[in-house]
Design a binder for this molecule. Sequence first.
Ligand code: FEO
Length: 407
Amino acid sequence: MKKLKIADGIHMLTMNVEDILFEGIWEIASGVTLNSYIVQGEKTAIIDGVIGWDGIPETLYRNLEEIGVDPKTIDYLIVNHMEPDHSGWISNFRKIKDDFTIICTDKAAKMVASFYGEDKIRVVKEGDTLDLGNGKVLSFHPVPNVHWPDTMYTYESGTKTLFSCDMFGAFGRMEVHCFDDELTPEEVDFFEAEGIRYYSNVMATFTPMVKKAIEKAKTLDIKVIAPGHGPVYRTNPQKIIDDYTRYTRYAEGAGKDEITILWGSMYGMTAKAVDFVEGILRREGVKYSKLEMPLESESEMVATVFKSAGIIIAAPTYEYKLFPPVAEALNEVGRKKITGKQAFRFGSYGWSGGAEKELSEIVERNKMNWSFIESVEFEGCPTTEDLNKVETGVLELINKMKDKVVE
Ligand code: FEO
């Protein structure tokens, strides 16, 4: 756990968590940080906490003491968001201190009670404040459904710091550098990729509410954005606001100038056409990613489709339907409400088609509103004529996706 000063009376404690499935689902090969913030006036508040796993709350207490804060002097636990990656330590904290007040929204209060049996709670609404003394005044600003209904911002007016919890967060461990002005160009790229993965995996379903949360942030005079995961933006908080705005557009069909090939093949017939397509993309100088299902991690698959302006679905018919690993991937993308993409599908069949019908059902059922170039299906191994049709489709995709590119 690292201890960093944000301003006089405001500290961040941050730790890397690795080798877990985030939310029990998402592989996070590059880890994630849990950031807690301590605000000290005459009273002391901790904004967001840590997960409740063995040893982690104790690590938090030890680090608090190292910055001169006796955990037993904490008066307020500000629960910006009840998800246990931030609140899991509350029951452990209750064992060492009995007189603290939890501050949260009404939606969070219900869950704090049901998850941890807590009832010493002050429920706050938009604009409510908490004066900690010594010039430290916190105000509270609900931003529901990013991504849970309970979420709020906490804002410290003296330093103009926005404690945004999941909003403006990213996956990815922090090694030495934790502030935006310290990041190397490689680290900026790393947190762009990990921010996209975080947004697409965790936030994308709630894009309309994220947009409202961005608008609410714009109503506050912000100098510092201090999220619950990832770097603190103390020099250019507008960058992460702009990044999140761009991510909302990726969720609605825009993307980087690149193509994702989401593919699977039973016995190599569809794979022959995928090889052929790779040659076309190289020839045309188009950046692309190839995701073979079911080998690819779900986290990476969702993120890569999310950020791409063009999608190629290469999958055969299997038992009268779309090759199941690709169908499942598309269902997950649909569940994440990744809409409006420009796409093209091809694939082989043996004795009957059926993949195309299921693809349409997935897109309609999930209200994905994707635009498709006419698909190419071939019986068995693709012929030269089939491959010519595939090339025509790929070139049309490259042309049509230009309107979707937002870098
Ligand atoms: Fe970082 Fe939604 O918890």
